[in-house]
Design a protein around this ligand. Structure first.
Ligand SMILES: NC(=O)c1ccc[n+]([C@@H]2O[C@H](COP(=O)([O-])OP(=O)(O)OC[C@H]3O[C@@H](n4cnc5c(N)ncnc54)[C@H](OP(=O)(O)O)[C@@H]3O)[C@@H](O)[C@H]2O)c1
Length: 342
């Protein structure tokens, strides 16, 4: 890996989206290019990206479908979050040396406007990689959505899918802290073991094994009070039929649905929602930016007190970016997936 020229960057390596994926983005949908770095405009900052984030949501951003945000234009830098160090600032309140988390794109250097900055700090309370994971949208989603939409009460059974991942592992620990009984679903025996040994789940099950439904039934014979679901599909269908009366379903993601075009058809579940008096809420973290500082401060304190642990899965070099989503969706990551390019 070449050592970047931090002092006076002139060239920028960028990962462009060049082909529209149908389903999970693969390396051939991207191209790595080198371009001249344009000068800063008033109100902008120049940051040297240190960690690029790899997020399941990028599959939706790359697709040409109506979503909560417009699709990435073909030929432009792949939309991505990241964390980096400010090299130059023409933005009030941000100085060179500050750590910024935001819409950096998959590239070496980002020129960010105010609206691209999700958080910034001069005095980080955790390693800076954490600001793109457990202190980024992943941890904040767990913190904000589980509390407000899960409405946990002590003694309740909380089922969490993608339980060993960046969001799910935090939800499990928050559920435990509220006195709930967290139960996890994840894609390997090793991840299921980590859920129990490391993240405080009561029990966790490998959904790729045939017996997970029976084992989950034995672990929660009276049913589930909170289902924090990030996968949808068959696992959601199963979970809805386990919900207790007045249970809460938090729809955080739909990782198991490879494509929404055409929309897949499943079981009819409306009777379960009605008869069980369920609340079924969708959550999008970007609706909650006014709460980010509070969420980050709360999560930082939990980490400092040793009450919140997290794993990171870090690849090295921007060349890793084009294949990173494929590996994420194959479940190869253990914890928050990042690419170190600093
Ligand atoms: N609503 C929001 O605002 C928001 C914000 C952040 C994240 N999310 C969602 O939260 C979920 C987790 O995100 P994350 O960043 O924490 O990623 P992550 O869990 O660290 O990584 C994604 C994981 O998804 C699982 N997965 C992939 N394909 C699957 C399939 N077909 N069926 C079941 N599981 C599958 C894999 O874990 P296994 O090995 O366990 O299968 C993979 O490791 C995603 O759905 C994401 O879109 C939502």
């Amino acid at each position: 890996m070449t050592i970047p020229d931090y002092s006076c960057p002139k060239r920028n390596r960028q990962v462009l989206l060049v082909e529209r994926p149908s389903g999970i983005p693969r390396p051939e949908h991207f191209r790595l290019v080198e371009t001249p770095l344009a000068p800063l405009a008033d109100g902008q900052i120049l940051i040297r990206n240190v960690y690029l984030s790899v997020d399941p949501a990028q599959r939706g951003w790359a697709a040409d479908l109506r979503n909560y945000s417009p699709p990435v234009a073909l030929g432009s830098v792949m939309r991505a979050l990241g964390v980096g160090v400010v090299l130059e600032s023409r933005m009030g309140g941000i100085r060179p040396g500050d750590i910024v988390y935001g819409w950096t794109g998959w590239q070496d250097y980002g020129r960010l406007d105010l609206g691209d900055v999700l958080s910034s700090t001069r005095t980080p309370r955790a390693p800076i990689s954490a600001y793109a994971g457990v202190l980024g949208i992943n941890g904040m989603t767990a913190w904000l959505a589980f509390g407000a939409l899960g409405r946990p009460r002590a003694g309740e059974a909380a089922l969490v899918s993608t339980a060993a991942g960046a969001v799910g592992s935090v939800v499990g620990q928050l559920a435990r802290a509220e006195g709930c009984r967290p139960l996890g679903l994840t894609g390997s025996d090793a991840k299921a073991e980590a859920c129990v040994a490391r993240f405080g789940f009561d029990a966790a099950f490998n959904y790729k094994r045939g017996d997970w439904r029976d084992r989950l039934g034995e672990a929660a014979p009276e049913g589930i009070d909170i289902f924090f679901d990030s996968v949808g599909g068959d696992i959601l269908d199963d979970g809805l039929r386990r919900m207790r009366t007045a249970g809460r379903v938090v729809q955080c993601g739909t990782a198991s649905i490879a494509s929404w075009d055409p929309p897949p058809m499943g079981l009819r579940n409306e009777r379960e929602v009605l008869a069980r008096r369920l609340s079924w809420s969708g959550f999008v973290i970007f609706d909650h930016q006014s709460e980010f500082s509070r969420a980050i401060a709360g999560l930082e304190s939990l980490i400092e007190d040793g009450r919140l642990v997290y794993d990171e899965d870090i690849e090295v070099g921007i060349e890793a970016a084009p294949g990173a989503l494929q590996r994420l969706y194959a479940g190869e990551n253990v914890g928050k997936k990042l690419i170190f390019i600093g």
